[in-house]
Design a protein around this ligand. Structure first.
Ligand code: GLA
Length: 420
């Protein structure tokens, strides 16, 4: 984030000929386990990563908002009070968040803004949640609303749902706002106001393998999966797939029919894998980490059908590569990235091997990024010439993940049956 702070401030001054009065930043995230479980109140295990959206801002009451980004020469110009502001542009994400504050009764001024990002867009790394959360942090400070992390995460989610038309769940803003350096966050979406901190094993790196395949989550396939999961829960007579055991799914196999059966089986088994993964990370049980990640990828590919040929090829390449402990598709899917856990010292060889084989087998260029687990979003008004020290903006209640097996809700008594 520090590398982007100075340049973002300078670009702001280039465009507006005055210094910004605030800078906010928000990281991207990878999810180590728990894919397509958040909207069924399941478990997730995300990590905030050291790729950031940074925004320099200045209030401009009485003038129009003018927002620049480094990826486009032209600014987006609008009145923030207009609910249609920024339509069909990237600015919609920020406008959507501003309007959550307006709806809650806060006065929101127009602003000058410059947005910089080094999170690849559409790669499954939550570039959009980083954008909405950075704006949420800014408006939280500027209005002195002092919303807690969960409220802010819900405002960021609502901004994206209602204004950008993406029906995403709550995992991404929770991770982007609440991330903790060196740790993954085990979040139970039935109680998302706090998380269990899972310390990541030392000597291993989280690596993002970007397939280069892009798929817009607003295009309908993501929404289709959320609807299919809701329908499967209904057919099983439960409010959410979170309340279903693998035994329930197997018992209802013929009644459900093939597709709802496979959708339910993915979500229910993925919840189980998420709890097991948190324990495996804590115990540094490398064989279990690898097995769970592989199983999760196969479940996403075969049962939930959110993978694609290139992502499956990438998975095979990663599993066989030097130093790789485990790898799986991460994020919304239909392309995007895989997350791998590798031995840190093997990174140069892993990266070279994955890039070369992926190019050979698909004709496409992969991007392989070594990531660190970092703290969540932050804010500063302290804008001297030196980069300011910025503390995370909001804190979640946090407890350590239990080393003993996670105590499942009673509905999970059937955990011993099924896939694992
Ligand atoms: C996207 C959504 C999240 C989550 C993941 C899949 O990233 O924004 O809410 O559903 O897909 O796990």
């Amino acid at each position: 984030m520090l590398q982007l702070l100075g340049p973002t401030r300078i670009r702001f001054m280039d465009h507006f000929e005055e210094p910004p009065h605030a800078i906010v930043y928000a990281p991207g995230r990878v999810n180590l386990m728990g894919e397509h479980t958040d909207y069924q109140e399941g478990f997730v295990l995300p990590v905030a990563i050291n790729r950031y959206v940074v925004i320099a801002l200045h209030q401009a009451p009485g003038a129009q908002s003018r927002w620049f980004t480094s990826s486009s020469l032209r600014p987006v110009t609008f009145d923030i009070s207009n609910p249609d502001a920024g339509k069909d542009t990237w600015a919609r994400y920020g406008v959507g968040v501003a309007h959550q504050f307006i709806k809650a009764g806060h006065a929101i001024d127009d602003t000058r803004a410059f947005v910089e990002s080094n999170i690849p867009v559409g790669a499954g790394l939550s570039s959009s949640a980083a954008l909405t959360c950075a704006f949420a942090v800014y408006y939280n400070e500027i209005t002195q609303a002092k919303y807690d992390a969960l409220t802010l995460a819900k405002m960021a989610q609502a901004g994206e749902n209602e204004f950008a038309g993406v029906p995403c769940g709550l995992m991404d803003p929770l991770a982007v706002l609440g991330g903790e350096a060196g740790c993954a966050m085990f979040i139970d979406l039935r109680d998302p106001g706090h998380y269990h901190s899972v310390k990541l094993p030392e000597g291993f790196s989280i690596v993002v393998c970007d397939t280069g395949i892009r798929h817009d989550l607003g295009s309908g396939d993501y929404a289709k999966r959320t609807a299919e999961s809701a329908a499967a829960a209904k057919a099983l007579g439960k409010p959410m797939l979170r309340d279903v055991t693998l035994g329930d799914v197997e018992a209802a196999k013929s009644q459900l029919g093939d597709v709802p059966y496979r959708r339910a089986r993915h979500v229910v088994s993925e919840n189980k894998r998420t709890a097991l993964m948190a324990n495996a990370l804590l115990k540094q049980d490398l064989a279990s980490i690898g097995g769970l990640m592989k199983e999760s990828h196969l479940s996403q590919s075969h049962d939930y059908e959110v993978s694609c040929q290139e992502a499956d090829t990438m998975a095979e390449i990663c599993w066989a590569a030097e130093g790789c402990i485990g790898a799986r598709l991460t994020g919304g899917g239909f392309g995007g990235s895989l997350v791998a856990i590798i031995r840190s010292e093997a990174f140069p060889q892993f990266s070279a091997e994955v890039s070369e084989r992926y190019l050979g087998q698909t004709g496409k260029q992969a991007k392989v990024l070594q990531c660190a687990a970092v703290n969540g979003a932050g804010f500063t008004r302290d804008l001297g010439t030196e980069p300011p020290h910025i503390e995370p903006h909001v804190r979640f209640r946090k407890t350590l993940f239990p080393l003993a097996e996670y105590t499942y809700p009673t509905a999970w008594s059937g955990l011993s049956d099924g896939l694992l």
